[in-house]
Ligand binder design. Structure first.
Ligand SMILES: [Zn+2]
Length: 83
C-alpha cells in the first residue's frame, strides 16, 4: 500500500472543538471528501484525502484526512490512524 504515509493525520478534529456528537453530514472534512466543500486536493486514494490547509501555519501546510468520519483521534481505529 502506498500513499499518505507522512505527516500526522486525523487533523479532522482539531479545528472543530465543538463538534462532539456532530453527524458526518455536518463535518466540513466529510463535505470536502464528498466534493461538497472547497479544497485544493494534493492526493487522494481509497483511504485518505490530502488537501492544503485553509489557514496554513507554514508554506505547504497540508492535511491528511481519513475518508471515514471519526469523532476524535481516540475513536479512530489504529488501522486508520497508524498507517
Ligand atoms: Zn468528518
Amino acid at each position: 500500500m502506498s500513499g499518505c504515509a507522512s505527516g500526522s493525520n486525523v487533523e479532522h478534529q482539531r479545528q472543530r472543538d465543538s463538534d462532539q456528537g456532530s453527524l458526518p453530514s455536518d463535518c466540513v472534512f466529510c463535505q470536502i471528501i464528498r466534493g461538497e466543500g472547497p479544497a485544493l486536493k494534493l492526493y487522494e486514494d481509497d483511504m485518505c484525502l490530502c488537501i492544503l490547509d485553509v489557514n496554513p501555519l507554514s508554506h505547504g501546510h497540508s492535511l491528511i484526512i481519513p475518508k471515514a468520519h471519526f469523532s476524535s483521534l481516540n475513536t479512530t481505529p489504529p488501522s486508520v490512524s497508524n498507517w
